[in-house]
Design a protein around this ligand. Structure first.
Ligand code: ADP
Ligand code: MG
Length: 294
């Protein structure tokens, strides 16, 4: 029996402190284990990713990743840190363009257009595929102006009444209106962390996106603020496609209908969230969800 030494894993199961005897090493993936397990194609795809590779200089962070993401689905990306979840999330709205030395190969199609085509305008793309970050990052502006900013620069509104209505609607949909309606001129940064994150969500939805990317949106929040964001995610999923990176398997189980497990830059397994957590097919997925490494 060959157990992986504790020093070779970032965490081991506190119950057994060991990997299964037949487990692959979490630090190296052999060729056979690299092929994604599970159903990659879905009936009503919104985003089609084909053979995506991402490099930071010489280092490859994402390897030959293909997946389809559905209309109005919530899909979670889970996996140990450094496995490429944020990197892949950023490819979906070309946020990686802002990182010097980062190169993306392959195809990501939205509305049958490869967003990596040379003629793609990233400004409307990033409105259509909005992003919410780990740490709430309101602009150093008033609550009102945080939400009004996008509609103004994208020229979505023509007069002040229309803008007022759009700001109110966005704040309502982000579940924040009642808490801020009497203080719209105060700085966004004067809000609590959870309120700031909902403000960032209001800012994202104010420009009428189709897809919302969320990179560990609750990791800086307390459990009550987290519960509010999770509730919001399920409401927003009626209208938007949501891709969420989370380090919390409980959160993935609560909010998403499909889950994708990443490991060392490979998409190891994708499937219905319930199946992934109860009947994972790949041994690496099983080792991760049962806490043999983190
Ligand atoms: P995760 O979100 O799963 O924790 P990341 O996508 O952040 O993983 O990182 C995947 C790999 O890419 C890691 O090896 C990380 O060091 C590398 N990486 C991430 N961001 C950058 C960057 N801006 N420049 C260089 N390397 C990066
Ligand atoms: Mg990350």
């Amino acid at each position: 029996m060959s157990y992986v030494k504790e020093s070779e894993t970032s965490a081991t199961n506190p119950m057994t402190n060991q990997l299964r005897p037949d487990s692959p090493s979490p630090n190296k993936i052999d060729r056979e284990s690299r092929k994604t397990v599970g159903k990659l194609a879905i009936d009503d795809p919104r985003i089609i990713c084909k053979n995506v590779n991402v490099f930071y200089g010489e280092n490859q962070a994402i390897n030959d990743l293909s997946i389809e993401i559905g209309n109005q689905e919530v899909i979670s990306f889970i996996g140990p840190s450094g496995c490429g979840k944020s990197t892949f999330l950023r490819t979906l709205n070309r946020m990686n363009d802002t990182i010097v030395g980062c190169r993306v190969e392959g195809e990501i199609r939205i509305d049958d257009k490869n967003i990596y085509d040379k003629d793609m305008d990233v400004v409307p793309l990033r409105a259509m595929v909005g992003m919410v970050f780990q740490k709430p990052n309101p602009f150093p502006k008033s609550i009102y102006d945080n939400v009004a900013y996008g509609p103004r620069i994208h020229g979505l509104i023509t007069d002040k009444n229309e803008l007022d209505a759009l700001v109110e609607e966005s704040l309502r949909r982000a579940g924040l209106w009642d808490e801020v309606k009497d203080r719209l001129n105060e700085p966004g940064t004067s809000l609590s962390g959870g309120q700031q994150q909902r403000l960032c969500i209001a800012r994202t939805i104010s420009v009428n996106p189709e897809v919302i990317l969320m990179d560990e949106p609750c990791s800086a929040l307390d459990p009550i603020a987290t519960a509010k964001i999770e509730q919001l995610i399920s409401e927003l999923s009626q209208q938007f496609t949501i891709v969420i990176v989370t380090h919390s398997m409980q959160q993935a189980a609560r909010v998403s209908s499909r889950t994708a497990y990443f490991h060392l830059g490979y998409l190891i397994e994708v499937g219905n969230t319930n199946d992934i957590f109860t009947h994972p097919k790949h041994p690496l997925t099983e080792d991760y969800i049962t806490g043999r490494f983190g």
